[in-house]
Design a protein around this ligand. Structure first.
Ligand code: GDP
Ligand code: IMO
Ligand code: MG
Length: 427
């Protein structure tokens, strides 16, 4: 039975939350495998709108078990406020499972994220300031705190000491900040232990047993392919692996179990934070995409940078993730343009380049080569099948599919669950 991965094919905010929620009613588990509360996934159910950061979007589907895998970084205070917010709105969150091996975002990780960005000045990454990078750095440096450490005060104290020894030197001597006290951090972390306890589980075992019993498991990526620490536009990336392989390491499920990898692809492109973005628009078209598409960050409230569709990036996402399908979102936002530019290749130092260059310098120099596709003016938000779309919208979708290297199996024509055209079933 299927294990599906659903991930961002661009720079995040493609509509992963909506797509996950759509499938949530038909799957048994929805698993976050990387990232943390840097994510902001919007789900619209009827007249209700939910913004999820750390919780898997499956939490809104009653039959589904939401899982926070070992690869995620968890800020307990954020988790609790998210759970409280959902409980206040009548959402049952009692089925949530959290890996005991997931790392904890500590208050000092958040501090280090903010001061590092400040010191980078105009070279900053534009992080969400949620402590994501420093927490993953601690994990790789083997001085991280895991959820399971909250249940052994002596081990926790030793680990916080180890983590703070070097950091306090840095904070006081380089960053001119006050040292952080071990005792205070330990006390705060211990205060989360009791409330977390009922959720903590051996999620690797749970998920593998579920797959053996033919249950359906959906892995929900945070961020996107171009924000991947290995395959993205480094250093302007996040500190985890949103790409398909991340689902295996971040949840403890082998690659042979994964049957389908769905790339969520916006019908145009957006990016939040710093870094190269070849099709970025600085004119009234960019402003219109931002306004019509509601392109404002769910997590930080920053305006998203907007640009035309980039097929070079879509092809790259197909390749590095082994995509089997695309879910094309926000096609409705493009209604009303007479013609729609689509980037089919780059021009780099006078040469036409069809594939994403591995060299950062080249990518910074990449200029989009556009093809112009005819637009449409009819309202498409009520379209239920592909044939309901105006001819030019159908041709736009077919052209994107041709350029991107995987079939487009669903199309979003609005934020709601039912504002979706299903072409091939995902299950
Ligand atoms: P995520 O981070 O990938 O889950 O995406 P975000 O939630 O940050 O941003 C996507 C935004 O687009 C949200 O406000 C969604 O409600 C909205 N959305 C998703 N799919 C569609 C669609 O097909 N059409 C329109 N108009 N909005 C959509
Ligand atoms: P979802 O899941 C868009 C960006 C930040 C910054 C870079 C590093 O909603 O698609 P970080 O705080 O992760 O160290 O910041 O990554 N970023 C996102 N951009 N959508 C997201 O999540 C993002 N999560 C991080 O803006 O450029
Ligand atoms: Mg988002």
């Amino acid at each position: 039975m299927p294990a599906l991965v659903l991930l961002g094919a661009q720079w995040g905010d493609e509509g992963k939350g909506k797509a996950t929620d759509l499938l949530g009613g038909s799957v048994d588990y929805v698993v976050r495998y990387q990232g943390g509360n840097n994510a902001g996934h919007t789900v619209v159910v009827g007249d209700q709108k939910y913004a999820l950061h750390l919780l898997p979007s499956g939490i809104l589907s009653p039959g589904c078990t939401p899982v926070i895998g070992n690869g995620v970084v968890v800020d307990p205070s954020v988790l609790f406020s998210e759970l409280n917010g959902l409980n206040d709105r009548g959402v049952d969150t009692s089925k949530l499972l959290i890996s005991g091996n997931a790392h904890v975002i500590t208050p000092y990780n958040v501090t280090v994220d903010k001061v590092t960005e400040r010191f980078l000045g105009k070279r900053k990454i534009g992080t969400t300031g949620r402590g994501i990078g420093p927490t993953y750095a601690d994990k790789i440096n083997r001085v991280g705190i895991r959820i399971q450490d909250l249940y052994d005060e002596s081990i926790l104290t030793q680990k916080v000491e180890a983590a703070l020894d070097g950091k306090n030197q840095l904070l006081t001597k380089v960053f001119n900040r006050r040292a952080i006290e071990v005792g205070q951090v330990v006390e705060e972390l211990l205060s989360y232990a009791d409330r977390l306890k009922p959720y903590v589980a051996d999620t690797v075992l749970v998920l593998n047993q579920a797959l053996e019993q033919d249950k359906v498991v959906l892995f929900e990526g945070g961020q996107g392919t171009l924000l991947d620490i290995d395959h993205g536009t480094y250093p302007f990336v996040t500190s985890s692996n949103p790409t398909a392989g991340g689902a295996c390491t971040g949840a403890g499920v082998g690659p042979t179990k994964i049957s389908r990898v769905i790339g969520i692809l916006k019908a145009y492109t957006t990016r939040v934070g710093s870094g190269p973005f070849p099709t970025e628009l600085f004119d009234e078209d960019g402003e219109a995409l931002r306004r019509i598409g509601g392109e404002r960050g769910v997590t930080t409230g920053r305006d998203r940078r907007c640009g035309w569709f980039d097929a070079v990036i879509a092809r790259y996402a197909t390749r590095v993730n082994g995509l089997t399908d695309f879910f094309l979102t926000k096609l409705d936002v493009l209604t009303g343009w007479e013609q729609i530019p689509v980037c089919v290749a780059y021009e780099i130092d006078g040469e036409r380049v069809e594939e994403l260059p591995y060299s950062q310098t080249d990518f910074h120099h990449a200029k989009p080569v556009y093809e112009y596709l005819p637009g449409w003016s009819e309202d498409i938000t009520k379209a239920k099948s592909f044939s309901d779309l105006p001819k030019n919208a159908q041709d736009y979708v077919k052209a994107l599919e041709e350029m991107s290297g995987a079939p487009i199996s669903a199309i979003g024509v609005g934020p709601g669950r039912d504002e979706t055209i299903e072409i091939n079933s995902f299950l």
